[in-house]
Write a protein that binds this ligand. Structure first.
Ligand SMILES: Nc1ncnc2c1ncn2[C@@H]1O[C@H](COP(=O)(O)OP(=O)(O)O)[C@@H](O)[C@H]1O
Ligand SMILES: [Mg+2]
Length: 387
């Protein structure tokens, strides 16, 4: 049986029929995975499930008793009917199969680290994720984009989750626009104007309060990433990373988590965020550190990853600090930048836990650099944030 384990969630994909002839076998297989991974949540992806009899339902029941947070997704109408008639839809969360779309003949308009984006029609686009993208992350992106819009964050509205062959996709309103990255490259004369709007957009986001019962606390996320690196850094190094992150003042304002010129669109002269999957709440230092990392520290990769030359990325960053920390003297601004760069280093040190698909050799390089250049001075960041 196909399975995937990510973010404490086990996804299993039973195929064909599950009835008296094979239920015992299916049960054995699923519970072997549960024993192996000890998941906090189990998703039964019923995409390839054609029929389920009472023997199969008993397996579902046992699973639900073992891992309370178990759900069924992608149930065909036939399977959904069986679950509904037997009252199972009251016991366990069941989601029906998704609408099928085809992107054959559709124009590809963009590509990011997670998805490839196609124009579906004049009003909508579909973002198709890779086959290994965990389903709950896709669900999170849809629900966060919807909520972000309602909270007043300038962004595209998301519609529904769809299927396209073996992949999942999310349909979004088409922003009839270009990425900030393309806009900057197309007209360098407007760099200052775009830069000003970019800074203002980021500032606006950091002034909006998030509902802390819906969105995640970015500090918790960082602490989890640090824990994931327990085998990579020494216990002392892990302790320092935790201490530095936990010293950051708390805040309930939004943090985007992945701000760069390819995640911003320019429409009718206004800038909008896209790619809301990483939306959390916390101190704005988390975003500024990410911006410093992508705009300054990742010099060798900015053109390839964000389509913008390193000197322009640096200018965008410097202008943003100047604009968003108005009232500070040159000297104070240098200090602010130094603190932000310090936290960018921390983000860099933790990055092997964030992008788990990176080349191990590349990660080793990051860890060695962090060990030599970042961690020895990391404690000087404690108490240094004055905004
Ligand atoms: N709503 C939209 N309207 C128009 N283009 C979009 C829209 N959403 C995404 N794109 C394009 O697709 C690219 C990748 O989308 P993004 O959501 O950033 O994916 P990823 O999570 O893979 O980074 C963007 O850089 C942009 O060019
Ligand atoms: Mg993106």
């Amino acid at each position: 049986m196909e399975r995937l384990f990510s973010n404490d969630t086990l996804t299993v994909k039973p195929e064909g029929k599950v009835d008296t002839s094979n239920a015992a076998e299916v049960e054995k297989e699923i519970f072997a995975f549960v024993d192996e991974y000890k998941p906090a949540k189990v998703i039964i992806d019923a995409q390839k499930l054609k029929y389920i009899s009472s023997a199969g339902l008993r397996v579902v029941l046992k699973l639900k008793k073992t891992v309370d947070d178990s759900i069924i997704i992608n149930a065909s109408l036939e399977v959904y009917d069986i679950l509904d008639m037997t009252g199972f839809t009251n016991l366990i969360d069941v989601k029906k199969a998704f609408r099928e779309v085809s992107v054959e003949g559709c124009e590809m308009i963009g590509k990011g680290g997670h998805g490839t984006v196609y124009r579906l029609d004049g009003d909508t686009i579909v973002k198709l994720y890779g086959e290994n993208e965990p389903f709950d992350e896709i669900e999170r992106e849809v629900s966060y984009s919807k909520k972000a819009f309602v909270y007043g964050i300038p962004t595209a509205i998301s519609y529904d989750i769809v299927k396209c062959g073996d992949c999942y996709g999310v349909v979004f309103e088409l922003i009839n626009a270009d990425t900030l990255s393309n806009a900057i490259c197309a007209d360098s004369e407007k760099l200052d104007e775009y830069s000003e709007k970019y800074s203002a957009l980021v500032k606006t986001l950091h002034e909006i309060e998030a509902d802390t019962s819906i969105f995640g606390n970015i500090k918790h996320l960082y602490n989890k990433w640090i824990d994931d690196l327990a085998g990579t850094y020494t216990p002392d190094e892990i302790a320092v990373l935790h201490e530095v992150i936990n010293s950051i003042p708390d805040s309930n304002k939004f943090v985007h988590g992945d701000i760069h010129p390819k995640n911003i669109m320019l429409q009718d002269g206004k800038l909008l965020f896209i790619d809301m999957a990483d939306l959390t709440y916390g101190h704005s230092i988390f975003d500024y550190a990410g911006i410093a990392l992508t705009h300054i520290l990742a010099k060798a990769y900015t053109k390839q990853l964000f389509g913008v030359e390193p000197d322009i990325m640096e200018k965008l960053f410097n202008n943003m600090i100047k604009a968003n920390f108005q009232g500070r003297s040159e000297e104070e601004l240098e200090k602010t930048k130094k603190v932000i760069m310090g936290y960018a280093g921390i983000k860099y040190a933790i990055s092997p836990a964030v992008n788990k698909n990176q080349d191990p050799k590349f990660c080793e390089g990051i860890v060695n650099r962090a060990r030599e250049q970042i961690l020895p001075n990391a404690k000087s960041l404690i108490g240094a944030i004055d905004f």
